[in-house]
Design a protein around this ligand. Structure first.
Ligand code: NAD
Ligand code: ZN
Length: 356
């Protein structure tokens, strides 16, 4: 087992990473206060892994809440549903919420924990690669609003994050690759050595080699933990984590949610950020080609869908939440493996990239 710490003063917490951790109740026990839990999962994850928590929750007063599966349920109705179930079973301020599932379950139930009786403890037990390397760490919780994704939420850090890499064995290939997109992202933000490692170990990751997965997750969480510790509420550097995301969100929204997985859109978005960086002379074509080659190895797309044209891109990017005071900020690359946040880019160059 590997352990990391997110250093946030009194809100610090550990991340445990390893194969079969859900079979070790002693890992969870110390983070449960009081004598009650609410276990939130969904209809896909519940039959696969909920039982693994029996040894932890059976001795307590546990409320099981099983959500329907899908991003479309990451909304206020589901939040209300979680709260209703918790009130019905008299969960109190000492109840610990266990979030077992992917990023959707983690985000909405984390927000439920942030708001139930003004905030209760919760534990993240992510079961998708994306949630292991990204959404379960850092305390961003929330739901979607009809007018925008992730628009309603709160910062609420978990008590601990338990990552059992064995749960990835049931994840479908497409979801696995989408998670790898976020892993690759950390490399291009500022860790070229990691890119080299990923290039050499991509086959192992796709085959779900436990050692390779644990290492990739560890290194990703290490980056995320460091950035979050330095800038918990995204006043500055945390926005680096949005590499590829402004372009990617435009693809997701432009195609309609669900057509492209988030990680797939981020992969194409990273290529677009790289191309814009090339237009400024910061990257050369062989850098861009190397990024595309790595993403292709991970079975990810490297170009945006034709359905989203330049006009639509421009429109969608302008409403992205990274537009601050009317100025679009992008994460671009100063050199390969060295990303930075800037609003100072050439609009003609951007047009050129969008008219692919
Ligand atoms: N809070 C953050 O910082 C943050 C960061 C990145 C993404 N997110 C959010 O995360 C969400 C995406 O998360 P996701 O990619 O995990 O999607 P998801 O939660 O929808 O999970 C993807 C699919 O895999 C299924 N699944 C989960 N675990 C499984 C397993 N072990 N075996 C088989 N199937 C399994 C789910 O039921 C779902 O059908 C988005 O809502 C996004 O906004 C949040
Ligand atoms: Zn992302």
């Amino acid at each position: 087992m590997r352990t990391l710490h997110v250093n946030l003063g009194e809100r610090s917490y550990p991340i445990y990473i390893g194969q079969g951790l859900l079979d070790q109740p002693a890992l969870l026990d110390p983070y449960i206060q009081g004598n009650s839990t609410a276990t939130v999962t969904n209809t896909t994850v519940s039959p696969l892994y909920r039982q693994k928590l029996d040894a932890v929750v059976d001795k307590l007063n546990n409320t099981d809440i099983v959500l329907p599966d899908g991003e479309e349920y990451k909304n206020m109705d589901t939040l209300q549903h979680i709260h209703t179930e918790m009130l019905k079973t008299r969960c109190d301020r000492k109840t610990t919420l266990l979030a077992l599932g992917g990023g959707v379950v983690g985000d909405v139930s984390g927000f439920a924990a942030a708001t139930y009786q003004r905030g209760i403890n919760f534990i993240q037990i992510p079961t998708t690669l994306l949630s292991m390397v990204d959404s379960s760490v850092g305390g961003k919780t929330g739901v979607n609003h009809p007018l925008g994704k992730n628009m309603i939420g709160a910062f609420h850090q978990p008590q601990s994050v338990i990552i059992d890499t064995a749960t990835l064995n049931t994840l479908d290939d497409r979801q696995l690759s989408a998670g790898i997109a976020e892993v690759i992202k950390y490399g291009y933000i500022n860790d070229l050595d990691f890119i080299e490692w990923l290039d050499n170990n991509m086959e192992k990751l796709l085959q779900r080699d436990p050692g390779a997965l644990a290492y990739a997750i560890y290194r990703s969480c290490e980056h995320k933990a460091k950035i979050v510790a330095a800038d918990e509420k995204e006043a500055g550097q945390r926005a680096l984590l949005n590499l590829g995301h402004t372009f990617g969100h435009a693809i997701e929204t432009g195609m309609g949610y669900g057509k492209w997985l988030h990680g797939e859109a981020i992969a194409a978005g990273m290529v677009m950020a790289a191309e814009l960086s090339r237009e400024h002379g910061w990257l050369n074509q062989s850098d861009v080609d190397s990024i595309k080659a790595l993403l292709q190895k991970a079975k990810l797309p490297t170009a945006p869908p034709k359905e989203v044209d330049a006009n639509r891109f421009t429109e969608l990017m302008s409403i992205d939440k990274k537009v601050q005071d009317g100025v679009l900020h992008l994460v671009l690359m100063k050199s390969l493996g060295e990303s930075f946040i800037t609003s100072d880019f050439d609009t003609d160059a951007l047009k050129k990239v969008l008219n692919y």
